[in-house]
Write a protein that binds this ligand. Structure first.
Ligand code: NDP
Length: 280
């Protein structure tokens, strides 16, 4: 097993290109122990970036993450998100404090605005900068921002400190390759690919299964390896099963050939013109 490649975020922090998602975790008390075990299995395998949000299970996912990282907080990079309805200057700070409590930690490594809402970006950014100066967050970013949103963000005071944009990206949703991905790459802003398995739909896709068969791999691994072949992309599959987490980890060892890439382009054609950013 080779190591998971690192990505350097603006500001210099290095994070693994393959991490773990947590949407739908923390929704049932009965499942929590299994979810914690799955996250811990991933951490053991080097998937030490964990993505969560105050929205997931109304804070329940953050509590699961907090329990999963107990005793090993410093070896994990935690990403969480503020809801747009909370993203005023004061509301962002209060939401962050509440997330820190649920996570049982004194800092969130990367804090994102979950999507754009009614509060002006200047307020949210001012709050992010305040939280960063206080050491409560290591850096900040956004989610579900298209190119025009990113350009508007750049014009706000401090907006150029954005470290990452988390967006829907997987072989079946390649719209960002036309403009947003190159825009971000050129500026060194990391792209975090959410729903990399298209919420599980890709694990049974015949075109991916055909490519996978040549490598003795799974369709899920091919979808993840496709995303991992992009230099500035962080991939965050979610699984509540240690076995599937281990399967996803092995995607980092799978090198797709130019023939595989051509087969992927045939099955999932890259965009030829601007597509509005899709979101879930
Ligand atoms: P994914 O594309 O990661 O798919 C998750 C689904 O696939 C689950 O049902 C999981 O089931 C299943 N799965 C995972 N691995 C395998 C495998 N190897 N074989 C078969 N099935 C598998 O979807 P998500 O929407 O969860 O996206 C990932 C993360 O991205 C989220 O958890 C969240 O952290 C983030 N996200 C962010 C959004 C945003 O707006 N910023 C929006 C959506 C997601 P099981 O658990 O049973 O293995």
């Amino acid at each position: 097993m080779v190591g998971i490649r690192d990505i350097t975020l603006p500001g210099g922090r290095r994070v693994p290109a393959l991490g773990q998602g947590t949407w739908h975790m923390g929704e049932s008390g009965a499942a929590a122990q299994g979810e914690i075990r799955a996250l811990q299995a991933g951490i053991d395998l080097g998937m030490t970036l964990i993505d969560t949000a105050e929205m997931y299970a109304d804070g329940g996912a953050e509590e699961v993450v907090g329990r999963a990282v107990e005793g090993r907080r410093d070896s994990v990079f935690i990403v969480s998100k503020v809801l747009p309805s909370n993203a005023s200057r004061r509301g962002t700070v209060a939401a962050c404090e509440a997330s820190l409590k649920r996570l049982g930690t004194d800092r969130i490594d990367l804090y994102l605005l979950h999507w754009r809402g009614r509060h002006p970006l200047s307020e949210t950014v001012a709050a992010f900068e305040e939280l960063r100066a206080a050491g409560k967050i290591g850096g900040w970013g956004v989610s579900n921002f298209d190119v025009d949103d990113m350009e508007e963000l750049s014009s706000v005071a401090g907006g150029d400190h954005v470290a990452a944009n988390q967006v829907l990206y997987n072989p079946a949703r390649r719209g960002i390759e036309f403009d947003l991905l190159p825009w971000s790459d050129q500026r060194g802003i990391a792209t975090m690919a959410y729903s990399p398995l298209d919420e599980g739909r890709l694990v049974r896709h015949p075109a991916l299964a055909r490519i996978a068969a040549n490598h003795g791999a799974s369709a899920a691994q091919v979808a993840l390896a496709f995303l991992l072949s992009r230099p500035h992309v962080i991939v965050i599959p979610k699984s509540g099963s240690p076995e599937r987490v281990a399967e996803n980890r092995k995607a980092a060892d799978l090198i797709l050939t130019s023939n595989d890439m051509a087969a992927l382009d045939a099955a999932f054609p890259p965009p030829r013109h601007k597509q509005p950013l899709e979101m879930i």
